[in-house]
Design a protein around this ligand. Sequence first.
Ligand code: NAP
Length: 277
Amino acid sequence: MVKSASPPDRYGLLGHPVEHSRSPLIHQLFARQTGQRLTYELIDATPQGFETAVLAFSAAGGKGLNVTVPHKQAAFELAREVSAAASKARAVNTLTFGGKALRGDNTDGTGFLRDVTVNQRQPIAGRSVLILGAGGAARGIMGPLLEAGPRELALANRTSERADQIVKQFRAHGKVTPIPFAHLDTLAPFDIVINATSAGLKGDAAPFPGTLIGPRSFCYDLVYSLNDTPFVIWARNHGAERAVQGWGMLVEQAAESFHIWRGVRPDTAPILKQLVR
Ligand code: NAP
């Protein structure tokens, strides 16, 4: 009798909602490229069901989970040990199970920085940077951005208390200036403008003053879509030198998670090309 091979290792993405996620495709392409045997599934869980879903996946032999909106802070609370990046962000997007251990990492920031500085060839050091938004994604990118040495880092959020909270949280890591949303139209253009809000997700226009953009501005939308996003359209309409979407960050943060889980780093360039084609 031929012995059956052991089942492939199980990974997945846990969020709410998750049905439109590209992560299964990305991880399948990584696995094929690097010769790894694994499955990657989508798990929809509400905030009330988050912990039960994580523990059930682990108990069933799952090896690791990516975590997305709205669970990144809950994942941080649940993890027994966390990486420096997750600790700074107080948010976890990658959980790794090993026996009783439950480790949390945050790969959003490194994925973002890699896309901006390597794929897009945009240096951060010495440049003025504005982040719009103060949710989990903004927190994830803040640490790596500060480490990259911008001349100025400003943060503006519709709900100013959330921006103030982040500024306080990152005080020990560098200077971040909170900007009230209502004062955005009094500022000079920034070298780099990052949209880390979910504004415009439903197709409505980006709610920011065009004066933030100058002819040398590089604009980065964390949001990604098969069509131009409202932020990218807004940035181009106001004369930005370049405006790009967050596909690269999506692939790079996934590659970081894959590396944590499998110990091998996929080559992201062909995967990114295949994804946006
Ligand atoms: P989140 O924690 O829910 O935060 C949402 C943010 O958007 C908050 O700052 C919120 O402001 C702001 N916002 C929502 N609607 C707005 C509006 N109409 N006008 C102005 N601000 C508005 O979400 P998140 O995890 O930070 O994610 C933010 C975006 O980044 C999402 O679209 C997500 O898909 C994207 N993302 C992309 C990647 C990638 O790999 N490319 C990775 C992570 C996240 P308030 O605080 O005032 O509500």
